[in-house]
Design a protein around this ligand. Structure first.
Ligand code: GLY
Length: 284
């Protein structure tokens, strides 16, 4: 594991008065749309999300539409179309989504579908389940109108073939310089929170490997009364710490957003803060 400094990641929305709503003890940030997301690939995603939020759209619609931008970007090699494959040459995708009512949906080890985040949303909205994986997730996607497509671009195929030539097949995985998900967290005009997280996972991973991104509480977690957190970094570490859930719980118990974020590979949005935390300094 290497230390890596990772400085913020995209944010929008300016502070406006914090209003009290519903629960007397709860401050709610109304009319203060905010979206934050991971990495530079989050910037165009944030723009799309913010347009939705400014038109009074829901945080859920905003995060889904935002991360779809990254999923469809063939140049991005850590999410959706163009993602780096596993060591056998298959692009396999993980994603999850969660709304302000605590509803959640996820897909893991899904292949050939460009927008796993939207399949995750369908799992959330159309089934009693939270997660579908592999062939079952693909079957569900096709039954719900998603199109099967080849997601392995020439660029990613070339990188994989190079890796195969130059690396011992027993290596645990390939480069992790740019393997990370887009995780998008938003607050809408009503003060409601949602989050979405989607990735092709570690490059050249073992076939069947699933990371933190589809796991509610690891890759991302929403508690509408407290905040929302989402992870970036090596999924195995995040899974073992229940990273996003832990951060939200720490916020619930009054920790400032900044302090836990420094230790947990996490971006977050603290409902009680006037502004979101923009900066992360992450220890891998
Ligand atoms: N954090 C993404 C992954 O490890 O798959």
């Amino acid at each position: 594991m290497k230390r890596r400094n990772f400085i913020k990641v995209g944010a929008a929305g300016l502070a406006s008065p914090i209003l009290l709503a519903g629960n007397k003890n709860m401050k709610v940030n109304k009319n203060n749309p905010i979206v934050i997301s991971t990495w530079s690939h989050g910037m165009p995603a944030n723009e799309v999300s913010m347009k939705i939020l400014k038109k009074n759209g829901s945080a859920l619609d905003a995060v889904e539409a935002g991360v779809q931008v990254t999923e469809a970007d063939a140049e991005n090699q850590s999410v959706g179309l163009g993602g780096r494959p596993d060591r056998e040459g298959n692009v396999t995708l993980d994603a999850c989504i969660m709304d302000s009512d605590g509803n959640a949906g996820a897909v893991a080890f899904l292949q050939n579908i460009k927008h796993p985040i939207s399949v995750a949303r369908k799992v959330m909205e159309k089934t009693d389940h939270v997660m579908l994986a592999g062939k079952g997730a693909l079957k569900f996607a096709l039954e719900n109108g998603f199109k099967k497509e080849n997601l392995l671009t020439e660029k990613s195929k070339k990188g994989w073939l190079e890796w195969k030539k130059n690396n011992n097949i027993k290596d645990s995985w390939g480069p992790n310089d740019d393997h990370d998900p887009i995780t998008s967290l938003a607050q809408d005009n009503e003060g409601n929170l949602s989050g979405a997280c989607t990735t092709s996972g570690l490059a050249y991973k073992l076939h069947g490997r699933v990371g933190d991104s589809p796991i509610i509480g690891a890759g991302m977690y929403v508690d509408n009364e407290v905040g929302v957190a989402g992870a970036t970094g090596v999924g195995e570490l995040v899974i073992k710490t229940c990273g996003s859930f832990l951060i939200v719980e720490l916020m619930r118990h009054g920790y400032s957003a900044w302090k836990p974020a420094r230790k947990q590979l996490i971006v977050l949005l603290n409902k009680k803060a006037v502004k979101p935390n923009y900066k992360l300094d992450i220890l891998h």
